[in-house]
Design a protein around this ligand. Structure first.
Ligand code: SF4
Length: 439
């Protein structure tokens, strides 16, 4: 019997990728098979991202292109989920996508088997997510590394961000479920886990009684990290922590053996007035103090961050303060976004998007240049050093992977090394890649 085929396109962040893996489990349990070829699909799903207007515009274009496939296959089903469906409280987005069959916030995915059987058009209302969908195990695509969501939603309401609207309030997963998933992954050969959450270190266990009696930490996130350190996992990474929740215990836990030597700690701006307008709950001084404590605990830790340039009302002096903070923190990597107004957010309602496109571009280039210089200098410290690499792919006789500092590494090697931890001697360090040979 030929099974019906689904095709999933995932846009945006790692949380979306992890959600798509859960959808795959649901679809496959319902008798559907994955295809990489959209032409032969019986159902196509887009897991959407709302972080920028360009990301949403892309979805409209993609959905229209997929709908054209109905000329050949009139029974083709199209589903839209992810942040666009989650944040569409006024129905404007679904109006523009009225030709799709299913339009639902991601946590409604458990209803898919029912909807697919009925084949009737379904628009699922935006309702508060209970977090129950996280019980569905993700369909793991690589057995050597995995994402594990421990939290969905966000209570922070940064004024520029759609996440609290798209994913609802913060919900944390029980320690028991999380640890069972991690132990299962490790038993199946998983070497690296990335814990996911929007303010991941604000993890509040619904079942703290399931922490071990000898767990030394009171802070639930630090306690969870400690529990994971008691398994045979080799590398643990998490994203994205919120500065205010880097408690002394969470900082202490950065030195536990399984923790990678990298922390991605979004700051967004180095100016207090801009941070206030962004509704970030930390100041520049508090952020710098946290970084100081982190470096005191793990002196050689690699740090990453996220920065928005050209936020409403940002002056040249305020932008310069961000550059200054960047230099003081000496980040290893940073991701820079030019501010893009998102409808429904507080910033869109009360502030003017008054920094011109050209100016945003100029500031982006300036901070990007600073990052590239800093990253190159920091990468060069690895010259002639031996680093450990988790190999994630091999193409044309060249292996690629990540080091313990989450830097991209590359060396000559074949597919038999994929999924292995190997030692590499660094022969050349550039901005984006450490090149070397197996040691
Ligand atoms: S912490 Fe702020 S930026 Fe991060 S998801 Fe929550 S609201 Fe958005």
């Amino acid at each position: 019997m030929i099974k019906p085929f689904y095709f999933i396109l995932v846009l945006g962040c790692q949380m979306n990728k992890n959600d798509a893996e859960r959808m795959e489990t649901i679809l496959q349990n319902a008798g559907w098979s994955r295809t990489e070829n959209k032409e032969e699909a019986d159902a196509i799903f887009i897991v959407t991202c709302s972080v920028r207007q360009t990301a949403e515009d892309r979805v409209y274009g993609l959905a229209h292109n997929f709908a054209k496939l109905r000329r050949k296959n009139p029974n083709l089903l199209i589903g839209i989920t992810g942040c666009m469906a989650g944040r569409d409280t006024d129905g404007k987005i679904r109006q523009r996508l009225s030709f799709v069959n299913f339009f639902f916030p991601i946590h409604e995915m458990t209803k898919l088997p029912e909807w697919l059987k009925e084949k009737k058009q379904t628009v699922s209302e935006v309702k508060e997510d209970s977090g129950a969908y996280l019980k569905t195990p993700p369909k793991i695509s690589e057995n050597f590394r995995a994402f594990v969501s421990i939290q969905t939603g966000c209570n922070k309401f940064c004024s520029y961000c759609v996440v609290p609207y798209a994913r609802g309030r913060e919900k944390c997963r029980p320690v028991k479920d999380t640890m069972e998933e991690i132990r299962r992954l490790v038993d199946n050969g998983c070497l690296e886990v990335t814990l996911l959450g929007q303010a991941v270190n604000n993890y509040i266990a619904p079942d703290p009684e399931n922490f071990s009696k000898d767990n030394p930490y009171k802070d639930h996130f630090a306690a969870l990290i400690w529990e994971i350190n008691q398994t045979d996992l080799k590398r643990l990474h998490y994203t994205a922590p919120y500065p205010n929740h880097m408690t002394d215990e969470v900082i202490d836990a950065l030195a536990l053996p399984v923790q990678v030597n990298y922390l991605h700690l979004p700051v967004q701006s180095g100016d207090n007035e801009v941070l206030r307008r962004m509704n970030r709950r930390h100041t520049r001084e508090q952020y710098l103090e946290i970084v100081k404590k982190i470096k005191a605990r793990v002196p050689d830790i690699a740090l990453g961050t996220d920065i928005i340039v050209g936020f409403c009302g940002e002056t040249e002096e305020q932008f310069e303060r961000t550059l200054d903070l960047y230099r003081q923190c000496d980040f290893d990597i940073s991701y820079h976004a030019r501010y893009s107004q998102r409808s429904g957010t507080l910033a869109a309602k009360i502030f003017k998007d008054d920094v011109s496109k050209e100016e945003k571009k100029r500031r982006w280039r300036k901070i990007q240049n600073l990052m590239e210089e800093t990253t190159l200098r920091k990468n060069q410290k690895f010259q002639d050093q031996i680093v450990e690499v988790l190999v994630d792919r091999s193409e044309a006789g060249v292996c690629w992977g990540t080091t313990n500092e989450m830097k991209t590494a590359s060396f000559p090697g074949g597919p038999e090394l994929v999924g292995k931890l190997v030692k590499m001697m660094v022969e050349k360090a550039d901005v984006w890649v450490l090149f070397g040979k197996l040691n």
